[in-house]
Design a protein around this ligand. Structure first.
Ligand code: AMP
Ligand code: ZN
Length: 464
């Protein structure tokens, strides 16, 4: 398998530390609000990566954090704790907010067929881990106490910017933008490992530590959770591109200083989903969530299909037009698969030829767009239906588009609805509105209801 590694800025052959078990860490959500569909694009790409590894024969141990403390409004350690902001907004406690939005996030992942990682750990459940790492960093001289906080001293590293390859000057300018200067830092790029001084007196989550009562910085959470569950040598670490700096840069700095050796081999980042006005945010414009799409009657899997049709390293711009077109294409694709007759034998040779091409596509830096093109090519081909069906079923273990999922149609389609639609179609035909008549027929087929026009009238058959 080949994958783009941000660390080396090239597509590399994937060679895990231990081929019997690939370790993978993905930065989880900050649970102060709903995830927007941009955040979920990143989780979709990470899901595809894990399932691709499985498809290519690797077993994967994957961990993800739930950030419920320490992520300040700015990623560069300034502003209010996002969790506190959420709690104030809704007049609830931080714990209530965390629980509610963790559940909401879980539901979103379910609607999008994103597998819940094997290990999911809350930042607040691992405080002793952060204290252990910070204590060692202080004793080794990589960290210092100042103004009540503990900071990581970035000047102690030869190559603090190795993940970004950015010139230090550019980054420093980046850090300055819109961020208040913290006069307790020795160097502009230094970051907080442990806060004891909060500007906000109502910071509710606090723990005792050797440096006073306080709370961890955001970056230390991911290093701590990753090393605790996945060990000292990590294969893959993922996130969205905004995580490259400062979050992942800081994770590398503190983890490698603590360990005394290289930590993670492959850094894999997904590009953003933007809206037409630019960056997607939770505070501006329409807050695009999975439940909003559902309220508008979209199938969340149409959004997953939209993401898979664009390579994960390309910016994707969200518009409802784009989603409408994708939803139509998705329905047609499902209908096409549903119409395959499950008769005859699977042609093993043909299966392997197509399956190898599928593996080549997804194994080539997760080219899901090419994998979907191959899927269309297969459906159009003269390969027998049983082989087509077996291939689609197998590929859907990666794509997760429910292409062959058996829905109990009789329980989801009620009879009066079908009769109503048949009436509507008959009227459309009388008015020579054949486009509408076709649309109704296709839509019913999408729900597993097949119409038959006979001399006695229209009958129907429900097929699973
Ligand atoms: P957060 O909950 O803010 O920590 O973000 C969760 C994940 O979503 C991180 O991996 C981010 O890199 C990612 N992310 C944030 N904004 C976007 C976006 N517009 N498109 C794709 N991923 C994003
Ligand atoms: Zn992280």
């Amino acid at each position: 398998m080949k994958i783009f590694n941000t660390l080396t800025r090239s597509v590399e052959e994937f060679v895990p530390n231990d081929a019997s078990c690939v370790t993978m860490y993905t930065c989880g959500p900050t649970v102060y609000h709903f995830a927007h569909i941009g955040n979920l694009r990143t989780y979709i790409f990470e899901d595809v990566l894990e399932k691709t590894l499985n498809y290519l024969g690797y077993s994967v141990k994957r961990a993800m954090n739930i950030t419920d403390v320490g992520h300040l409004s700015s990623d560069s350690d300034s502003g209010e704790d996002k969790m506190l902001k959420g709690a104030k907004r809704e007049n609830k406690s931080v714990l209530e907010i965390a629980e509610f939005y963790t559940e909401a996030f879980k539901k979103d992942t379910e609607s999008l067929n994103i597998k819940w990682p094997e290990i999911v750990s809350r930042a607040t459940d691992n405080i002793e881990e952060y204290i252990k790492i910070i204590t060692k960093l202080l004793s080794m001289g990589y960290a210092y106490q100042s103004g009540g906080n503990v900071y990581f001293d970035t000047s102690k590293l030869k190559d603090y910017y190795k993940l970004t390859n950015h010139k230090i000057d550019e980054m420093v300018t980046g850090v300055r933008e819109g961020v208040e200067e913290d006069s307790s830092k020795r160097n502009q790029a230094d970051f907080v490992l442990w806060f004891t001084k909060s500007k906000f007196e109502d910071q509710t989550l606090k723990w005792d530590s050797p440096w006073g009562v306080g709370y961890p910085g955001w970056h230390i959470e991911c290093s701590g959770i990753s090393m605790k569950y996945l060990g000292e040598h990590l294969d893959i670490h993922c996130g969205g591109v905004d995580n490259i700096f400062p979050h992942h840069t800081n994770e590398i700095a503190q983890s490698e200083s603590y360990l005394g050796h290289d930590w993670c081999k492959y850094w894999v980042h997904g590009e953003h989903l933007n809206d037409v006005s630019g960056k997607m945010a939770k505070s501006k414009g329409e807050f695009l969530t999975v439940s909003l799409l559902q309220e508008k009657n979209y199938n969340p899997l149409s959004y997953r299909f939209m993401c898979l049709n664009t390579p994960y390293r390309k910016v994707l711009v969200f518009t409802y037009d784009h989603l409408d077109n994708t939803e139509q294409a998705y329905k047609k694709l499902k209908n096409k698969v549903k119409s395959l007759k499950k008769e005859g034998e699977v042609d093993k040779e043909v299966f392997d030829t197509y399956d190898n091409r599928f593996k080549e596509a997804i194994g080539n830096d997760l080219n899901t767009a090419n994998a979907i093109t191959l899927l269309y090519e297969l459906l159009k081909s003269d390969v027998n239906d049983q082989t087509k069906y077996a291939l689609v079923e197998s590929w859907d273990s990666v794509l997760s588009l429910d292409l062959t999922k058996k829905e109990d149609v009789s329980s989801i389609v009620d009879i009066s609805y079908i009769e109503e639609q048949i009436e509507k179609r008959n009227r459309a035909k009388q008015e020579k509105n054949y486009a509408l008549a076709d649309e109704i027929r296709i839509s019913l087929e999408g729900q597993g209801v097949y119409l038959k026009d006979t001399r006695e009238g229209t009958t129907y058959e429900i097929k699973n």
